[in-house]
Structure formats: structure tokens, C-alpha cells
Design a protein. Structure first.
Length: 346
């Protein structure tokens, strides 16, 4: 095959990365019109919106109609994308967790011949850093230090360290494995929970121990720190509720970098207010943006992150690396990396 393939870039990408895409293969007709897509508010921003003039909108619809490959989901035409892009064959997403979004839009049924690939692995290092930050923050009593500094109050205290502390990771995929390797470098003992455990290589996963989902209660009882990075599926929705939180050791710290739907949020708030949980670092929430009246905002033992733990000024470079490799595979008729399973939702 020698015919050209139309690739439309739907969210902001730096010009140098656009040129890298063009250099992959002369068959690619890479279409990038910055005036027609949302501007970037911060490095790696793929969630902004845009108001187009009627002329701009007409031009954008023309481009969608010819697109065979889409870099990112068009933020301005999510409900009607199947109708506006009838030639579409593949969407490379900029997020790892697109399963529920694809289901909500019924893309799997409305675009049955379109392949969706995720950004799995791109955000592993930033999220592992976020988890390390959170664990060290609570171990070294950073909230107390900052409060004393603001009050100009000098009083010595003792924090702790992370050596031999037990970390439970629920969802040991690429991000979970990176979190595990970071934790072991800090001297922690890492327990993982994974859907498939048969023939798993613990060393490759960065784990000391691995358990199946039905063994989650045993892991919770031992986890002084708990990281949630499982995908949002029917099986994982509200997997951590009041009963599960009660199993954690008193004073445990919970870190959620998966999806807000993994936790019963009122039960989490109650566990924090009672003192059973020592703290929480939350990058995701049941409702986003987090409502102003949420008690989580004002809790001294809670870190509220606006779904930014995964972002990095290197994100688009890593996305481009992944996309270039997948483009080479696509043009060669080879299997793509990170293909979304629309049944499993990851």
C-alpha cells in the first residue's frame, strides 16, 4: 500500500513533535491547524475547549470528515464524532483511562471498526513521583511543619521513615509497577493486587508479594500505605468502602491515583474524620472539579490534587514517542501498542 493516510491532530502538540510525526513516513498526511484546536493552558494540556467562528467550524468539520487517524479525542465533538468522522480507523488517546469514556459515548458500538489505543505507560513516572511525594509528606509530617512555619512556632517533633513499611498497590499495571519500584528504592515492602497472578514475574513487577483480587482484605490489613491505581470497571467501582477502610491499620495513608469511583467518598471522609485513616493524597474524585463544599478541601490530613499528579512538562514528548511507534506499526499492518479492550475497559 502506497496511498496517503490522513492524520488529524485534535489537541495541542508542540510544533517540534508535529514534525516528528511527519517524519515517520511520507505516506502520512499530518494535519495540524493550531487556530482550530484549543490552546494549551499548561504543558500536556489536552482538556481545554475552544469557540470557533462559523468559518473555522466549517473548516474543522471538513478535516474531521477526511480523518483516518485522530491524535486524541476531539474535545469539541465528542457526542457526534462517529457521524462527523466516518473514515476514522484509529484514535490514539492521550490518557490511559479511556474505557469508561468510550463506553459512555458508545463508541465501541457506534464505531465498531475503529481501534482505540491508550497512553498507558506515559504517565507512570510522574504518578510514581506523586506517590513518593505523598508517602514522604505524611511520614515526615510535612503538613505539621508547614502549619508551624506559618504560625512562626518552633517545636521539635519526630516523624518516621519508610524503611520496612508495607505498601499495598491495587492495580499492578505499568503505573503500579513503577510505583512499586520507587517504593522499594525507599526501602518499603510492596504487596500488589492484580487481576491475573498466574505466571507473574514479581521482580519485573517490582513486588515482594502478589495477590489476587479476592485476597484484597488480607492485603488491606497489612498496608500502612495504600495506592489505588486500578481502572474504573464494573468490578472496581466502590471497591474501597467503609468495610475495606476499616481493615487498614489505624493511621494508614491512602493514595488514589486511579479514578474517584474506586472509593466510596463519604466513607473515606468519615474514616479521615474519625482518625482511623492518618491521611489521604487524592488526585481523583467522585466529582471533578471537586465541589467547593466538599469537606476534603479543609482537612489538614488530606492532599487535594486537581487531577494533575500525572501531568509533566515531558508528557507530549512521551506521547509522541508512543504515537510514532504506533504509527510505524499501523502503516506496516502490525499490532498496535495499548489497544483498548472495550469489554474489560482497559
Amino acid at each position: 500500500m502506497t496511498e496517503s493516510v490522513n492524520l488529524l491532530i485534535a489537541t495541542y502538540l508542540e510544533p517540534e513533535y508535529v514534525e516528528r510525526l511527519r517524519a515517520v513516513n511520507p505516506r502520512l498526511n499530518v494535519i495540524y491547524e493550531p487556530d482550530l484546536i484549543p490552546t494549551s493552558r499548561y504543558p500536556g494540556d489536552h482538556y481545554n475547549t475552544i469557540q470557533r467562528t462559523p468559518e473555522q467550524e466549517a473548516r474543522w468539520r471538513e478535516l474531521l470528515a477526511t480523518a483516518e487517524i485522530l491524535f486524541d479525542f476531539d474535545p469539541t465533538h465528542r457526542p457526534d464524532l462517529p457521524e462527523l468522522a466516518p473514515r476514522l480507523r484509529w484514535v490514539q488517546a492521550t490518557s490511559a483511562g479511556i474505557g469508561q469514556f468510550v463506553r459512555r459515548q458508545s463508541y465501541d458500538k457506534r464505531m465498531p471498526n475503529v481501534v482505540f489505543t491508550t497512553a498507558s505507560g506515559v504517565h507512570a513516572r510522574p504518578l510514581a513521583d506523586f506517590c513518593a511525594l505523598a508517602m514522604l509528606m505524611f511520614a515526615k509530617k510535612l503538613p505539621q511543619t508547614l502549619a508551624s512555619q506559618r504560625a512562626k512556632h518552633w517545636e521539635r517533633y519526630a516523624g518516621t521513615d519508610l524503611v520496612d513499611r508495607a505498601l499495598g498497590i491495587v492495580g499492578v499495571g505499568r503505573i503500579g509497577s513503577e510505583v512499586a519500584r520507587t517504593a522499594r528504592a525507599l526501602g518499603m515492602r510492596v504487596l500488589g493486587v492484580k487481576r491475573t497472578v498466574a505466571s507473574a514475574d514479581l521482580a519485573a513487577l517490582g513486588l515482594d508479594e502478589l495477590y489476587a483480587p479476592e485476597q484484597l482484605p488480607d492485603v488491606l490489613r497489612r498496608s500502612e500505605y495504600l495506592v489505588l491505581i486500578a481502572p474504573h470497571t464494573d468490578a472496581t467501582e466502590h471497591m474501597i468502602g467503609a468495610a475495606e477502610l476499616a481493615l487498614l491499620p489505624r493511621g494508614a495513608v491512602l493514595i488514589n491515583i486511579g479514578r474517584g469511583a474506586l472509593i466510596d467518598e463519604p466513607a473515606l471522609i468519615a474514616a479521615l474524620q474519625s482518625g482511623h485513616l492518618g491521611g489521604a493524597a487524592l488526585d481523583v474524585f467522585a466529582e471533578e472539579p471537586l465541589p467547593e463544599d466538599s469537606p476534603l478541601w479543609d482537612m489538614p490530613n488530606v492532599l487535594v490534587s486537581p487531577h494533575s499528579g500525572s501531568t509533566s512538562d515531558r508528557e507530549n514528548a512521551r506521547l509522541t514517542d508512543l504515537f510514532c511507534e504506533n504509527l510505524r506499526r499501523f502503516l506496516a499492518g502490525q499490532p498496535l501498542l495499548n489497544v483498548l479492550d472495550t469489554e474489560q475497559l482497559y
